[in-house]
Design a binder for this molecule. Sequence first.
Ligand SMILES: C[S@@+](CC[C@H](N)C(=O)[O-])C[C@H]1O[C@@H](n2cnc3c(N)ncnc32)[C@H](O)[C@@H]1O
Length: 350
Amino acid sequence: MSIEMVKEYYGRTLKGSDDLQTDACCDLDAIPPHIRTVLSEIHPDVTARYYGCGLVVPEKLEGAHVLDLGCGTGRDVFALAKLVGPTGSVTGVDMTAEQIGLAREHEQWHAARFGYDAPNTRFLDGYIEGLDALDIAPGSLDIIVSNCVINLSPDKEAVLKGAYRLLKPGGEIYFSDVYADRRLDARLRDDPVLLGECLAGALYWNDFLTLAKQAGFADPRLVTNRPLAIGDPAIAEKLGGASFHSATYRLFKIEGLEGSCEDYGQAVIYKGGVRHAEHRFTLDNHHVIEKGRVFPVCGNTFRMLKESRFAPHFEFIGDFGTHYGIFPGCGTNIPFMGGAADGETSGACC
Ligand SMILES: C[S@@+](CC[C@H](N)C(=O)[O-])C[C@H]1O[C@@H](n2cnc3c(N)ncnc32)[C@H](O)[C@@H]1O
């Protein structure tokens, strides 16, 4: 039932980003200049119906094969299509005909704008809980993104398990979504506005971490997060005392990652060469790795860098031969602890 409410909300109730009643689905992330340039190339009819809550643009996209879960009118699909280049591809999946229809209408326009002979994009009608039913081979994707969608799903476990199956080993899901500081009353999902505005379906952050681990993503990494302001007093009243964050996580598909960050005396050195990250490489909000510096890492971080597309850009020091105990401080970062972990604050809607 809630699926039909969400379709109605995004297909017919909302006519554009300005119709949103909270800032939950707005994007306040600081946008790096090269991404701002790419976004300026997206057709205005597409951006007018952008409902994301974060920036889903990881590093090193050239040639990557990407899937966007709940792509809407395709703002992120088209931006990523530019960034992966003509040898890469981006597929968007969405269940709402009005949303994905508008994306399809602009496919050729963006291919021409980016100077491609043919679109490197594809839009599939479908449900993110049923990714196996889509025309995508298991283990074929480098990256899955999603922007303010998974909170809307009635079966988040199926979404994460399906994403895990579609990723290549060493691939990642890099996604922004809304999280609550507590478990919400399930009856809130019956309110179409609270659900549609990405609030009522938000997971309690610790339940998300458990779910991600159960789906095979053993060590979720928080990249950015910011508190959300609920400006409308009537909506805030219905939500009781709960508070919300928009957070971007990256989850690597690497078998055998450990449940905690363990210290094997390892380190990495960033050699540079990742475009737009020549001087420092950001893995997550605990790992900003300066070029040329010996950077001690836990076993999980070592493997995330060594077994992913980032490996050519690092030197790897040490092995798993000797264990020195727990790696202090790593992998424990969560939203709601210390507020805006990366210096961002809530504020006016975008
Ligand atoms: C908040 S909007 C975000 C759209 C897009 N990611 C963006 O940033 O503009 C949520 C989108 O997810 C889609 N959606 C929600 N639940 C879905 C589901 N279970 N399966 C497929 N699409 C879904 C909706 O149709 C809508 O287009």
